[in-house]
Design a protein around this ligand. Sequence first.
Ligand SMILES: Cc1cc2nc3c(=O)[nH]c(=O)nc-3n(C[C@H](O)[C@H](O)[C@H](O)COP(=O)(O)OP(=O)(O)OC[C@H]3O[C@@H](n4cnc5c(N)ncnc54)[C@H](O)[C@@H]3O)c2cc1C
Length: 554
Amino acid sequence: MVKLLELFAELKLSALYKNKNKISTYSSTGKCLCDIQSIHQCLQEMISPETFDIKERNILNLVNAIDIEIGSKKEIKEECNSCNNTTTNDTTNTTYNCNLIQNDQLLLDEIPAELQGLDYGIYPNNQLIYNDLRFVYNKLLNYFPHAIFYPRCEKEISYLIQNFVINKAEFAIRCGGHAYEAASLSSGYILDVKNMPGYIKISKDRKTAKISSGLRLGYVIQKLAEYSLITPTGENSCVGISGLSLAGGKGNLTRLYGLTCDNIVALKMINYKGEMIKVTAKEYSDLLWACKGAGSGNFGVITEFELKVYEDVYCQFETLTWEWNAEQAIEIFILYQETILSFPNTVSAEFNMTYNNGIASFKIKFIKLDQSPLVESKIFEKLYNPTITTCSGYYSKITDCWVDYEKGKNPPFSKIKSSMIFKPLQKKGIELLVHSIDIYLKKGFSLNYQLNFTQLGGEVVNGHSSYFPKNAIMVLSYFMQWTYPEYTDDSKLFLKKLYQKVLPYTSIYCFPNLIDYDIVDYMEKYYGENKKKLVKIKKKYDPFNIFKYRQSIR
Ligand SMILES: Cc1cc2nc3c(=O)[nH]c(=O)nc-3n(C[C@H](O)[C@H](O)[C@H](O)COP(=O)(O)OP(=O)(O)OC[C@H]3O[C@@H](n4cnc5c(N)ncnc54)[C@H](O)[C@@H]3O)c2cc1C
């Protein structure tokens, strides 16, 4: 593949225009390869057909991969069939189908009087803003809500809830919009907590912090850092504190301090009556337990979290990266999964295999949360000459080492699946996963495919929360991200089939925060033996089931 990429680079493709099945490519020599046949012919001149099976799709993907590799300016336009409008994703500068709404008046006419004309509402006739705000992180999710509301205080949330109920209107609650499925989207209404007053108040004893629910992780991490405090969260700066905390929340500090949901001490919530309640271990203790792991969009609108916070710790990161070699990946993964079982809670390691636009690699990221030498990585350093990068310092002071600031690099479309792993994988299961990367190397598609094993255990086991798979040693996530709509079906089907094949080696349980609408029996797979208790609590605190989405508690 690398050789092939080099050949393409030699061709010095400098511009590319793609529209449906017709592509035109211009080489820097000025020669125009105006259709798929001429590119095909050109490739055949360069590559022996025995070594590479040239198919239209492969050519297209390789051209795209080269385009990304050599950093040439890419101009891609997808025209929307229905309206010929386009919209631009500001994170990737990629233009993708938007299907701008054709008749906004139809939606406007259906809005009850009480919900019309609110100055914190964005309505479909405000097309440009509306069309931007109706999307979330995963641009596959294409919903046309009647309105998107950004309440600025608890009173406005109460008003909305009461009027949704009176008018039997469907709605979804949204914070960071980083759910992988449409859990925070609706064709009814969206209640987004983003514009609620943002604050972080540290308790006098520095043991807890009250955090308003509309904040994103980047802000929370940076603000706590100003006080030399930390709390276990994920690493992506744009993920919302609400969605992350309510359905798990795994990250670098998980094995030392538990999941984010384990660290929730209290909540403020607007319930189904539109009343604000304080959910603590003394009052509504069953509801607090339920929200810690199963709280996303299920029981009410959370307006404030009280989270445990911790004094800053010294930490050491070490990442070992290997060029792709399937046999070596299998050998090192077997060693990885045996070795991590004896790690103290201060150490964790994540194993990752990545295919990215024609190039694959695998790596292990070690994190040690004290000053003693990081010995756990030594045995791996000696194997097959990995590239080693390190970073150390006080955790809150070296955020650049670990926070993913999500600046314009993510393809717009994505799909995730997850499996909880309770005992080391058998070799056959590992081989299936490793060879799935080989399959993508052969396909040569221009997309990002990752298999991540995040080590769990440690304090997670002791968490007093409704998060179920506490004894899992790892969570495996299958993740695909792509730019071109024509990859959608293929990518989703590939993950689905792989997940099924590997299932006998993992477990039926999934990580609730990595929401996956393919899962039919989701109550069992997210909540296991807690499901009955959760249904009981749901009926008690949301008796008319107004807080619902496709995988809500029922
Ligand atoms: C790029 C990326 C990186 C990620 N990294 C991690 C990671 O490191 N660790 C990890 O554990 N997870 C991670 N996730 C998964 C993430 O935690 C979940 O997708 C989470 O649900 C996102 O929360 P949100 O508020 O951004 O999403 P949203 O889509 O806004 O909401 C998600 C769910 O929470 C509900 N909800 C939102 N706000 C409220 C509220 N105020 N009250 C009640 N319910 C509410 C919504 O209704 C929805 O059901 C990542 C996801 C992405 C896309």
